[in-house]
Design a protein around this ligand. Structure first.
Ligand code: ATP
Length: 239
């Protein structure tokens, strides 16, 4: 299955990000021109330091660019205030990070509820946990779950508010291949069943075949882009 491009959700043009480390300027992004489309699953590849996290953080409203344009639908993310970015993240964006950031004293269900309580249009915590195959573990605490299961709870938490976009930064980075595949299956299913525009960043090229589209970053620039004819099921991937 492969989606055809629909409406652009994100648009960037000439996007740059420069960090100052002491006296030294680090050019993390050096002119990114990119459109991301509604409902697509994009894998973003690139070596360590190529700018993947910086780009994802700007798309997710966690950081702002140094120059250039970045819009989410009609919202200008480059010129938004902190308050507007907070609202944007709360209403539209789900994040999944390499380390799961679950609250250890809360069960899986309660970790999801922490988000659904403040969301505008959430699914039930049970539905979110069922989507990642963990409905039977809802009353378990993070310490009673494996790394892969904890990451799936983190995915349930991210998708429970039904975000328009799901941004995943190395979601399998801390996991072995078999466990990572189950996490990718949960992300693929969430994308397919909820239509959330999904970006997965990784340095692991094996993951690219599950995407509608693959974008490669090198040294702060897009160095490659291709569309897969079909999306390969995550269970066929290994590394
Ligand atoms: N807060 C910061 N302050 C200074 N430099 C930074 C900061 N964040 C990122 N950088 C630098 O910007 C460049 C791009 O970093 P970024 O984390 O976006 O790359 P990445 O492709 O996600 O790498 P990795 O795969 O290792 O996470 C790197 O040279 C990094 O050291």
């Amino acid at each position: 299955m492969s989606t055809t491009p629909g409406t652009p959700v994100f648009h960037t043009s000439g996007l740059t990000k420069t960090y100052l480390q002491g006296e030294v300027e680090v050019h993390a992004l050096r002119g990114i021109n990119l459109d991301l489309y509604s409902g697509e699953l994009v894998v973003m590849l690139g070596a360590s330091g190529s700018g993947k996290s910086t780009l994802l953080n700007i798309l997710g409203g966690l950081d702002v660019p140094t120059s250039g344009e970045v819009t989410y639908l009609d919202t200008d993310l480059a010129g938004a205030s902190d308050k507007e970015l907070t609202q944007y993240r709360r209403d539209y964006v789900g994040f999944v990070f390499q380390f799961y950031n679950l609250i250890p004293s809360l069960t899986a269900r309660e970790n999801v509820i922490a988000v659904t309580e403040i969301a505008r249009n959430p699914m039930t915590p049970e539905a979110a946990l069922a989507l990642v195959g963990l409905d039977s573990r809802a009353d378990h605490f993070p310490a009673q779950l494996s790394g892969g299961e904890q990451q799936r709870v983190a995915i349930a938490r991210a998708i429970a508010k039904q975000p328009n976009v799901l941004l995943c930064d190395e979601p399998t980075g801390a996991l072995d291949s078999a466990t990572g595949v189950r996490v990718l299956e949960a992300l693929e299913k969430a994308n397919r069943e909820t239509g959330t525009t999904t970006v997965i960043i990784t340095h692991n090229a094996s993951i690219a075949n599950m995407a509608d589209r693959v974008i490669t970053l090198s040294d702060g620039l897009i160095s490659g882009e291709h569309r897969n004819a079909t999306r390969q099921a995550p269970h066929t991937l290994s590394w």
